[in-house]
Ligand binder design. Sequence first.
Ligand code: ACO
Length: 362
Amino acid sequence: MVIKGLKGVAAAETAISHIDGVNGQLIYRGIDAGDLTKNHSFEEVSYLLWHGEWPDQHQLIQLKNELKKQRGLPDYIENLLISLPAEMDFMSVLRTAVSAAGPANKEKPSYSDAIRLTAMMPTIIAYRKSHLEGRAFVRPSAELDHVENYLYMLNGKRPSESQCKALETYMILTMEHGMNASTFSARVTVSTESDIYSAVTSAIGTMKGPLHGGAPSEVIAFLDEAAKSADIEKLIREKLNRGERLMGFGHRVYKTHDPRAVALKTVLLENAGKDAWLDLSMKVETTAVNLLQELKPGRSLYTNVEFYAAAIMKSIQMESELFTPTFTASRVVGWTAHVLEQVENNTIFRPESEYIGRLPVK
Ligand code: ACO
């Protein structure tokens, strides 16, 4: 029997994260991911995902220093980033650069590889962006932590505390999400005893597809339409009556509120202050949820992570072409945690297929 898309099939055991779609909970190593964003940094949560426990003070300082040390790109990668055609999209650039950065090693994937891959991702994005804009690249600052440094490299100035908090919350909440398609790709690649750079290259290629890393750009288009409309309820009702899907609503696994959307909304309310985009988002959410209950009863459709990610990206003025690459710069932590877990107890992935073609004529 073929199970299309492996829907409902458990492909591996993992101790890294758990998604409870019925109760709307995402758990990282036994801890509620929404709670993690309140008092923990990108670095601390990365350590937790990689090791299964919190770092002590010394381990945290070591990790931060190592991430800072590994941020720089070798000259040949910088040259590659400026020589790739200008029309090449950011995800293809990331995939190519990560692939090129991998040493031709046959060593077992290690924690230091995971740190290097995580450290270099924002630099690749910022370097390529500055090149496309024809301005000098703002080199990483050894004084800044991971998320703050990313915004600093992109904008050439230190971000405000609220911008940092908004992006850090987004990046923590999108680091890991069970056996999603890109994580599965990474595990399949490394299950052949290939290297971690190849695994992350596979994962980026998978993330690039609109059904996975589609990112919040479609939500932004929907909210832009709502901003121009004199009657939001009429606009949404007409969309639903035409059979259109509301972007940023519904989820395959969460049949209640997506906990990541809830956490993102909370951080926006706490940090953004009075914000026209946030007000609009909340108005659209309330109107849409009411209409979905009326017109799609029993389907349990609420906002998903993409909906409030759009508001986060707006609040930090991130350009839409950087949405999926930024998602990738956080998800690399989950991918590498899964790669390390896979190699600890490896079995090559080798499913069957059901042949439906012709047989030789006897
Ligand atoms: N707007 C309107 N109706 C919807 C929506 C939506 N956003 N999502 C689902 N429905 C309806 C469907 O029309 C269907 O109705 P029907 O029973 O009358 O035919 C019912 O709900 C079930 O739809 P399915 O497609 O079976 O639901 P599924 O859980 O498989 O879909 C998905 C999940 C693909 C995310 C869907 O909700 C959707 O298309 N949402 C809009 C796009 C979006 O926001 N994507 C980002 C997802 S988050 C992420 O990927 C990180």
